[in-house]
Design a protein around this ligand. Structure first.
Ligand code: SIN
Ligand code: MN
Length: 232
C-alpha cells in the first residue's frame, strides 16, 4: 500500500477499513449526488442466474453497470431502460483518488440499496478483467453486517459492521475474497429519511491498455436486449 496513505483503522479479512472517512456533511453531499444518479438510472432488482429476484436494488454510474439475469453476471454499457449510465459523481471519484491514487480510474460505480431485510450472499467480485486493481466500498445510511472470508467458498469468515461514512478496500489478498452482507441494522442512521443502506463499490472493469488482449478474450460486455430486462 502507498506509504503516503492514511493508515486504516482496522483490517478485517485482509480488507483495510477507514471508519468514518466521510463526515456528516460529505455523506449528505454524496447522497444528494446519488439522487441525481438514481433519477437518471433508476434502481432495479436484478435476477440471479437461478431466476430469483435479489433483495438488494441496484443501479450504476460510469462507463459500465453491473447486471445479472438468467444469462449470468456481467457488466453492460446501458441501463436496462436503454439510457447510458450517468457519470460517476465527483465526490465519489474523490474518495478513490484519495485512497488509491496509483490505481487506474474506475469505470463503474455500482450503487446497492438495501432496505430492511435485504442482504447479499457471499460472493467474489470477479467479473472484472484486472484483479490487480482494487474495489473500493463506501457505506452510507444504516449499518450493514459485512462478512468476509478467503478466496475459497466455505472457509472461515470474519464479520464487522460497516457504518455510514466507512470506506473499505478489497485489495491484494482480499481482492478476490468471498464477501457479503448478512443484515441491515434498521434505524441506526438518520442520513436517509426513510432509512436503508447505500453501498457504493468503485471498480475497474476493463483490461488495462498495456495488457490489452484480443477482443475475443476481453471481459464480455454486451448490450442489453429487451428480452433480458429485469423488471423492478
Ligand atoms: C457488494 O459486494 O457489491 C456490496 C457489499 C456491501 O454492500 O457492502
Ligand atoms: Mn461484491
Amino acid at each position: 500500500m502507498n506509504k503516503r496513505l492514511p493508515e486504516p483503522d482496522i483490517v478485517v479479512g485482509g480488507a483495510p477499513i477507514w471508519r468514518g472517512w466521510l463526515g456528516a456533511a460529505a455523506q449528505a453531499e454524496m447522497v444528494a449526488a446519488l439522487r441525481d444518479v438514481v433519477a437518471a438510472a433508476p434502481l432495479f432488482s436484478p435476477e440471479t442466474r437461478w431466476g430469483k429476484k435479489m433483495s438488494v436494488q441496484m443501479t450504476s454510474a460510469g462507463r459500465y453497470g453491473w447486471f445479472s439475469d438468467r444469462r449470468g453476471y456481467r457488466y453492460i454499457e446501458r441501463h436496462p431502460s436503454g439510457t447510458a449510465w450517468p457519470p460517476i459523481p465527483e465526490a465519489v471519484q474523490a474518495v478513490w483518488d484519495a485512497l488509491v491514487p496509483e490505481a487506474r480510474a474506475p469505470d463503474c460505480c455500482l450503487v446497492n440499496f438495501y432496505r430492511a431485510g435485504a442482504k447479499m450472499g457471499l460472493h467474489q467480485d470477479h467479473d472484472e478483467a484486472d484483479f490487480s486493481q482494487p474495489v473500493l466500498s463506501i457505506s452510507l445510511g444504516d449499518a450493514g453486517l459485512f462478512r468476509i472470508g478467503g478466496t475459497e467458498r466455505g472457509g472461515p469468515t470474519q464479520s464487522t459492521w460497516l457504518e455510514s461514512g466507512d470506506v473499505m478496500l478489497l485489495t491484494g489478498p482480499s481482492r478476490l475474497a468471498y464477501h457479503g452482507i448478512d443484515r441491515i441494522r434498521g434505524g441506526s442512521s438518520t442520513l436517509l429519511a426513510d432509512g436503508g443502506r447505500i453501498n457504493l463499490t468503485l471498480r475497474v472493469v476493463d483490461q488495462g491498455a498495456s495488457r490489452q488482449q484480443p477482443a475475443s478474450s476481453c471481459v464480455p460486455v454486451e448490450p442489453l436486449t429487451s428480452r433480458s430486462i429485469a423488471k423492478p
